[in-house]
Design a protein around this ligand. Structure first.
Ligand code: ASP
Length: 321
């Protein structure tokens, strides 16, 4: 690639994440690492292809997330974590920066692709946020694919719930929701060749969640935000803190009103959230085609690509990407 090409502002750009957490290069064997990298690459390529073909940011985000929802390595769709009661419940949201239309769903148990449900809420309902049985009923009416709840279950996540419950019994403390600190939520942000921004996020939430707990992922402004005037953001981490800070909208507001770059705004808001006691990360796309990652954990499954030829996936904080 010639330097002249690399210096051009990208015509399109996309970033994805598959969750942040305490992963370390020492504790992850080569086979597992290669499998995660391949899964991230496949999702990144699916989204990038949509954009390279002239497609919209909202279609690119949807394509990337759908692949990760079907991959049991990530905590979304198949492979979602278990609730305290031993079921998988999904949350998702999506936002179109052109119009700031948005859609979200929480607590569904049988919708194969929660991101498609969020998108249907955005495009085919007068609402922004649907929950539980009502959301499932809407999904059925929209003709979305429904599956037996066993489709989502995995042994690894079941064991994580058992470990979580054991630790809770010993400690008698329910304040720390996350024993499995590899969060694993998935998300994508994109800017298309027309300058439109989109963001989406999909998750099973946090291991052992109960009482109908809802995290940041399906909350517009906390886990997801997109605005053609500023940015697109998808978050992953300890949802309670992301909600309190309003992480995704806060990053966009800083970029829009203070003129901060994607990286500066993301670093500042993640630091603020960390000071309150939370942890996690974000992916951010800027209107100029910039892509930024910010996280205060040991790693975040991530990848980014753009029309200048950039294309890389990474896991650990120590990796240059
Ligand atoms: N943010 C998600 C939640 O709190 C968890 C995650 O990112 O993995 O539900």
């Amino acid at each position: 690639m010639s330097p002249a090409v690399a210096d051009e502002a990208p015509r399109w750009s996309i970033a994805i994440h598959g969750g942040a957490g305490t992963m370390s290069p020492e504790r992850m064997d080569a086979e597992t690492r290669a499998a995660y990298e391949a899964a991230l690459q496949a999702a990144l390529d699916a989204g990038a292809q949509v954009l390279a073909d002239g497609g919209s940011a909202i279609d690119a985000v949807t394509a990337a997330i759908m692949l990760m929802e079907d991959d049991p390595k990530f905590n979304s769709g198949r492979g979602a974590v278990y609730t305290w009661d031993g079921v998988n419940e999904h949350d998702a949201s999506i936002m179109d920066g052109r119009t700031r239309d948005a859609g979200a769903s929480t607590g569904t148990r049988n919708v194969r692709h929660p991101i498609l449900l969020a998108r249907a809420v955005m495009e085919d309902s007068p609402h922004v946020f649907l929950s539980r049985e009502g959301a499932e009923q809407f999904a059925a009416e929209q003709g979305l694919e429904l599956v037996d709840p066993s489709w989502f279950g995995t042994e690894a996540r079941k064991r994580a719930l058992e470990r979580y419950k054991e630790a809770q019994m010993k400690a008698g403390d329910t304040s720390q929701l996350a024993i499995d600190t590899k969060f694993g939520t998935v998300g994508a942000v994109a800017r298309d060749k027309d300058g439109s921004m989109a963001a989406g996020t999909s998750t099973g939430g946090m291991t052992g969640k109960r009482w109908g707990r809802i995290g940041d992922s399906p909350m517009i402004g906390a886990g997801t935000y997109a605005d053609n005037r500023a940015c697109a953001v998808s978050a992953t981490g300890w949802g309670e803190y992301f909600i309190r800070v309003g992480v995704a909208a806060e990053i966009c507001a800083r970029m829009r009103m203070k003129g901060e770059s994607a990286q500066v705004a993301a670093d500042a808001v993640i630091a603020e959230m960390g000071e309150m006691g939370g942890n996690g990360g974000v992916i951010v796309a800027g209107t100029n085609g910039d892509l930024a990652f910010a996280f205060d954990t040991a790693g975040m499954y991530r990848g980014r690509a753009d029309s200048t030829g950039r294309n890389a996936v990474a896991i650990f904080a120590s990796e240059v990407d």
